[in-house]
Design a binder for this molecule. Sequence first.
Ligand SMILES: *Cc1c(COP(=O)(O)O)cnc(C)c1O
Length: 377
Amino acid sequence: MEIPLDYVSQNTWNKLIHHIALTNEEPPYLFIDKDVIREKVSLIGKNILNSKVFYAVKANPDIEVLKFLNELGIGFEIASEGELRILSSLGVEPSRIITSNPVKTLKFLYEAALYGIKYYAFDSKPEVDKIVRYAPKSKVYVRLSVSNEGSEWPLSRKFGVEIEDALELLQYSKEKGLEPVGITFHVGSQCNNVYNWNSALDKAKELFDMAKDRGIELSLLNLGGGYPIRYTKQVLQIDAIERKINTVLQQKFSKDIEIFIEPGRAVVGDAGIFVATVVGKAKRDNENWLYIDIGVFNGLMESVGGIKYKYVVGSRNEPKRWTIAGPSCDSFDVIDRDVELPEPEIGNLILILSVGAYTISYASEFNGFSIPKIVMV
Ligand SMILES: *Cc1c(COP(=O)(O)O)cnc(C)c1O
């Protein structure tokens, strides 16, 4: 196979090729390069003053991945008792865990409070009432709705409130004995549009000022997630995004506010490569179909939202245009169309790049096809 050097480093490639050649690991599996994760963790937050990083566990909650991240000293953002249970089994201190899901289950709230977690997001009065009941006196931040324009996986329709409502909610949480400390937002996952952060920061600043006028002194700004990774298209670099954010923060906000960042995709996404197998080929009308053993249901769910992956095969044949489909019997299980690839043989390996995030965590065993195991090297 030729090294797709625009996409993976020589180091990652060498590790992968060694693993394939020297082990009998049976595909399909998700190969994860620890060096890439380590690099990302040291990069993220570096260019934003006063920032703390909390990995959004839903991107990849594999125990080995979390164990490794824990050793690197990063914090965690969680949304469920299931995610909490894994962190608790690793002995992660509650001070390194926050929860930014604005609507939490009662069971999760109960267990989070019992564990000693102090930071909670909210965007409605019923949520304030729930937090008061299960986790009284907690620190809370309100979720502001912001533009998700140009984000490949928007999150804006489900959560967030406008400034006026946010102000009322901060006031209400204070009256109920909680400690309103700040604001959060999410610009949308795989966000490749700096404007979203700029406009979100403007909105947050406006709310900071309005809250101050009401005697609520906010001290925390949680920037959420959204940093993009490279799938097929080039994307903004994280250090460039952070420098822009930091400039705005220094211009508009008080020097001593604390910044939280909650990246998920950017921490683990481009550290992962699927090692899959070509299981079938067909020609239907004029369309060339390629069937592989990882599909929409057992790993590539985000393809239905428009994520286009990069594929690598070892063949030296003439390139053709392929429709790539998963192994199940469901016609929904089509991963991509118009993918140019040299024709592989049945039984050949096919690699799919940048698949460390939102793949295994979304996967099911629909139709009896197993979820690829994770191999961390
Ligand atoms: C999913 C999520 C994140 C992580 O988003 P990415 O786009 O993967 O960086 C961060 N914060 C919250 C509240 C989320 O729901």
